[in-house]
Write a new protein. Structure first.
Length: 263
């Protein structure tokens, strides 16, 4: 079953003048079997793209909520082969993005990892700890196998590095709304608007880190984001373990509703 590409999804949403909801969850948390139902719940709730995390023991960009999810997934036995099998079996048509760290990709083999990801239906990669200047091999493999390589841009990213990222990134740009690690916040950082205005590109601009409510999603979309990325709020629901799929779907609907209000 062929999944939409990231560019196809954003093209479809652009025609409708609609912002995208990108949802992150950790593969294998609490189990590989549960992840399939979790992804379906998010898709039913209105997710346009799903980031499916592959766990790593030292996730430098992630706050305690996602760190804990990664440790639970590793303890449950998640590895690359199981991850690829899980993705292959997912019954959704929306684009899937793998978010992980460079160490497991490098140890597995960059070309082998990218080829395997493409074969099972992954449409893009996000690897926060590889600098754009050192990503030539990864970029080459992604181009060869038709995967988008998605880079992060933070409020502290220099204009020179932003230019390099714009030259080498594809799919969408992941704009980090605030300094620090992932996690829910009460407010939307004032640096979000500044960053959105600094980055001039035809690539869709997706804002993440700290977003957890429909109101915040509406605010980010109103500020000019093409997409809103939410992770820790979903992962917390999974951690709590009560009516997980129902609550995930409800939160996705709330977030998508906020995005639509601003579209």
């Amino acid at each position: 079953m062929r999944k939409q590409t990231i560019s196809e999804k954003f093209g479809e949403l652009k025609e409708r003048k609609e912002g995208a909801l990108i949802c992150y969850v950790m593969a294998g948390d609490p189990s590989a079997e549960a992840t399939g139902k979790i992804v379906e719940a998010l898709a039913n709730g209105g997710a346009d793209i799903i980031e499916l995390g592959f766990p790593f023991s030292d996730p430098v960009a992630d706050g305690p909520t996602i760190q804990a999810a990664g440790l639970r997934a590793l303890a449950a036995g998640m590895d690359i082969q199981q991850y690829f099998g899980l993705v292959r079996d997912l019954d959704v048509l929306i684009p899937l993005v793998c978010m992980t760290y460079y160490n497991p990709v490098f140890r597995y083999g960059v070309e082998k990892f990218v080829e395997g990801a493409a074969e099972v239906g992954i449409g893009g990669l996000i690897i926060p700890d590889i600098p754009v200047e050192e990503a030539a091999d990864l970029k080459s493999s992604c181009d060869k196998h038709g995967l988008d390589l998605i880079f992060l841009i933070a409020p502290t990213t220099t204009d020179e590095r932003i230019r390099k990222i714009l030259q080498r990134g594809s799919g969408f740009l992941y704009l980090v709304s605030r300094l620090g690690v992932t996690g829910t916040r009460e407010d939307v950082s004032s640096s979000t608007k500044d960053l959105l205005s600094r980055v001039e590109t035809k690539l869709p601009k997706a804002v993440g880190f700290g977003i957890s409510t429909g109101r915040q999603a509406e605010e980010v979309r109103t500020a000019g984001a093409d997409a809103v990325i939410v992770g820790s709020a979903f992962v917390k629901i999974i951690e709590e373990g009560k009516d997980v799929n129902g609550k995930l779907e409800a939160l996705a609907r709330e977030l998508k509703s906020g995005i639509l209000k601003a579209s």
